[in-house]
Design a protein around this ligand. Structure first.
Ligand SMILES: Nc1nc2c(ncn2[C@@H]2O[C@H](COP(=O)(O)OP(=O)(O)O)[C@@H](O)[C@H]2O)c(=O)[nH]1
Ligand SMILES: [Mg+2]
Length: 191
């Protein structure tokens, strides 16, 4: 639940970057950390697993400043994508107000996208969230790949035609802030 502090006119929300391993979640948060001035953010902290250098849990607090007379603070985090960390993903979703689902546009990763998206819906329910109302944005990442799957195909494979869609190339930053803004809008819409 987003926290609304009336006397301080502050809104605090958590947005979770979710998706299959190697889809580009950490790259998103690195781009955001690199482009937001240091006085408007905390440090990006990433946790590296000792048995697996691909495991990262990322955490980035942002201060979006004044939005319509309210001070808006968002806390971004990502989940480890590997199948065996499902319990961690459920725990992270527990306090989430919105999700950016980072899908990989590589043809070979379509099954991993679909599995992760199905798992997201299940885990939102497990975390006590109302899946019908919960704000989710679909970020179709790696659009620079020469063989990237068509967007319509990606949406159909995930059964996500109703979910707001943003294309991105996280490695260059293209689409990264659009996806974050779309998530903030979706979160604000249900407050
Ligand atoms: N070609 C391409 N590679 C990307 C893009 N975004 C991320 N990557 C690469 O994909 C790999 C996994 O990215 P990472 O952010 O660690 O994925 P995570 O496991 O979801 O956190 C890295 O080698 C990134 O450089 C993109 O938009 N295009
Ligand atoms: Mg990562």
């Amino acid at each position: 639940m987003a926290l609304i502090d009336l006397p301080a006119r502050t809104v605090r929300a958590r947005i979770v970057y979710y998706g299959p391993a190697f889809g580009g979640k950490t790259t998103n948060l690195r781009q955001i950390a690199a482009r937001v001035p240091s006085d408007a953010r905390g440090n990006l902290s990433s946790l590296e697993g000792d048995d697996d250098r691909t495991l990262f849990l990322d955490d980035l607090p942002l201060d979006l400043g004044d939005v319509g007379g309210w001070r808006v603070r968002v806390h971004l985090s990502s989940v480890p994508g590997q199948a065996r960390f499902e319990r961690t993903r459920i725990a992270v979703l527990q306090g989430a107000d919105g999700v950016v689902f980072v899908a990989d546009s590589a043809p070979a990763r379509q099954e991993a996208n679909a599995e992760s998206f199905t798992e997201l819906r299940r885990n939102l329910a497990a975390a006590g969230q109302d899946t019908a109302r919960f704000p989710v944005v679909l970020q179709a990442n790696k659009r620079d790949l020469p063989d990237s799957v068509p967007l319509a195909e990606l949406q159909v494979a995930l059964d996500a035609a109703e979910v707001p869609l943003v294309s991105s190339v996280a490695t260059t930053g293209e689409g990264v802030f659009e996806a974050l803004r779309a998530a903030c809008r979706s979160v604000a819409a249900v407050l």
